[in-house]
Design a protein around this ligand. Structure first.
Ligand SMILES: Cc1cc2nc3c(=O)[nH]c(=O)nc-3n(C[C@H](O)[C@H](O)[C@H](O)COP(=O)(O)OP(=O)(O)OC[C@H]3O[C@@H](n4cnc5c(N)ncnc54)[C@H](O)[C@@H]3O)c2cc1C
Length: 556
């Protein structure tokens, strides 16, 4: 084990001693789910459906946000869409397993770029990727069926634009749960805003008699021999309770993105290219810690989901501490493959690669940020870029409609908001824009001239950007914004087997203990999230949550 791995594995500290005398109450159940987010609520529906006596504890006063993009294969909605939504399973499994390796081995854009110290093979557990490929269709069909009584529809988004971003292939695995408009669905379909979906998850879970306990956080699990028999949890009033679970405990407490010190220590590269992180205040790594104290093994490498949507004012920097913010502190349009320059006014990478891959070369650039430049033709360019997933801005042509693509007006409003915040700048000339962005004017002008010349001949001789995204910047006014990463969540966690049981360092299952969602690892490697497998994070989260409950209840 090298030095980095050693320090990584020692982050959790000693297990706290909690004497029996401070336990104010003991509760009996069959299944205990810790965390009411994507994994926990999906698991609760399955447990309720199977008739198991179930409790969900949630540290926050409300459930976590159910995220909109759910990656799956062979759902009924996809089958109805026919060939357009069909995926070669073996091909996508290979893509997911090789994603981080492909980045350096095939792309070879960034030379001896720093993150390579973590690179290697066998980090992703192929058995888990295969499990997602095999069971995600049934999982989302099940959830859609369970929620159909509220009018919720499951749709397949198969429009994958050009089918690739740079050399990375896109797959039509993106599915979505749409809430009807009369039930407040307008929020459910907007970018990132699925606030109304949660009330239907809660309704469903309660209809099965599942007990939801908010303001109650997992502290540690209780083991008898090699079997986990329950947990000790802490209520927000400071009281400790014990919950015994005869069939099993599912840890679904998310990642550790809210733990600013920990992400700086464990995910230094992702943090060094981020300016803002999404606020999920309870996601501090509690579940990983509890699993490790119980003897669980965890990934020895860091992994994070970071998108290129972290705007700052001109002259701003990416680095710790990265402040917590809401969705509107990010800037969606930044994921469009417009020209990007460093603070010296020079291009440094191909802008057409996926959203986090485009970020990591910023580690070697001044301030860890880039400036994105566009012109008055931007909407035409966005149409031509035709990007996918949560970067999609033009309407999708998938049928039935998935309501993807925010459209011109909402984007214009977001641009105006960024101008009002002093982040987005506008000028009649490139040199004028450069001054406002604190870039060297002559250098930026020379870069734009060269870029326009390469656009004219249709070939990026410097970084191999896709020709369909290499469009000239000629029509004033010109716009620009200083930008780096939006840190969404961490994805390195407890190692699990294909029954979603937490395993020890020898790969042996710890009986009675399961982990699903961002608290569990083995699925994504080396900081990278494969965006073109749209929604695969929620996809594997809910698929594994279902599988864990089916295993606990003897149904697999
Ligand atoms: C803004 C945003 C948008 C995203 N959109 C997508 C998307 O569209 N598609 C996609 O695939 N991925 C998306 N992701 C990533 C995705 O959310 C995660 O990968 C994952 O699916 C989260 O599920 P989870 O259940 O592990 O965590 P969460 O949904 O975060 O749930 C964890 C829950 O556990 C609770 N908790 C924490 N500690 C404790 C404790 N000690 N005891 C009890 N409860 C605790 C938390 O309060 C929280 O409610 C997005 C992430 C963010 C931040």
């Amino acid at each position: 084990m090298n030095k980095t791995e050693k320090s990584y594995n020692s982050w959790h500290g000693p297990e706290p001693e909690i004497p029996l005398s401070v336990i104010s109450e003991t509760i009996e159940t069959e299944i205990l789910i810790c965390g009411a987010g994507n994994a926990g609520m999906a698991a609760a529906i399955v447990a309720g459906n199977k008739g198991a006596k179930t409790i969900v504890i949630e540290k926050d006063k409300k459930m976590g946000l159910i995220k909109p993009y759910m990656g799956a294969i062979d759902t009924k909605a996809q089958k109805a869409a026919g060939n357009k939504a069909s995926v070669d399973k073996e091909e996508i499994i290979k893509e997911l397993v090789n994603y981080s390796t492909k980045y350096t081995d095939e792309l070879k854009i960034y030379g001896d770029y720093k993150r390579s110290k973590y690179l290697g093979t066998n980090k992703v557990d192929e058995k888990l990727v295969r499990l997602w490929a095999d069971e995600s269709g049934a999982t989302f069909d099940f959830i859609a069926e369970e929620l159909s009584e509220y009018g919720i529809k499951h749709v397949a988004e198969y429009n994958i634009g050009h089918g690739h971003h740079g050399p990375f292939k896109a797959f039509p695995i993106h599915t979505k749960l749409l809430v009807p408009f009369h039930k407040g669905g307008i929020f459910a379909v907007s970018h990132g805003g699925v606030y109304v979906l949660e009330k239907f998850f809660i309704k469903k879970v309660k209809s099965y008699g599942v007990k939801l306990m908010f303001n109650t956080g997992l502290v540690k699990v209780i083991k008898e021999g090699n079997r986990v028999v329950g947990v000790i949890a802490r209520k927000s009033n400071g009281k400790y309770i014990r919950i015994n679970a005869s069939k099993g405990v599912l840890i679904a407490t998310g990642g550790y993105a809210a733990n600013e010190k920990l992400i700086a220590k464990r995910n230094p590269e992702a943090v060094s290219v981020s300016t803002v992180r999404y606020e999920q205040k309870c996601n501090r790594g509690d579940g990983i810690r509890a699993g490790v104290w119980a003897g669980g093994e965890k990934d020895d490498y860091p992994s994070a989901m970071v998108f290129d949507r972290g705007p700052v004012k001109p002259g701003g920097k990416a680095d710790v501490p990265i402040k917590a913010g809401a969705t509107f502190d990010s800037f969606f349009m930044a994921s469009q493959p417009f020209m990007k320059v460093n603070m010296n006014g020079k291009r440094f990478t191909s802008e057409s690669v996926p959203y986090d891959i485009v970020l990591y070369p910023l580690q070697d650039q001044k301030n860890g940020v880039s400036c994105i430049i566009w012109d008055a033709n931007y909407w035409k360019h966005i149409k031509s870029f035709d990007t996918i997933g949560c970067s999609r801005m033009i309407k999708s042509n998938s049928r039935p409609k998935t309501l993807e693509g925010m459209g011109f007006l909402p984007n214009y409003i977001l641009m105006t908001l960024m101008r009002m915040k002093g982040m987005l700048k506008k000028s009649g000339t490139i040199e004028g824009l450069a001054k406002k962005l604190k870039l060297p004017p002559e250098e930026l002008k020379a870069t734009v001239d060269r870029y326009n010349e390469m656009a004219r001949i249709g070939a990026d001789r410097d970084f191999g950007k896709d020709p369909d995204t290499l469009l000239p910047l000629t029509k004033p006014p010109f716009y620009g914004i200083t930008n780096a990463g939006w840190f969404l969540t961490t994805m390195d966690g407890l190692r699990i087997n294909a029954n979603i049981q937490v395993v020890d360092k020898n790969g042996n299952a710890i009986e009675g203990l399961y982990a699903a969602g961002d608290v569990a690892g083995g699925f994504f490697g080396d900081n990278l999230y494969p965006e073109l497998c749209v929604g695969v994070a929620v996809g594997k989260t809910m698929t594994f949550a279902r599988h864990a409950i089916l295993h606990m209840t003897g149904n697999v």
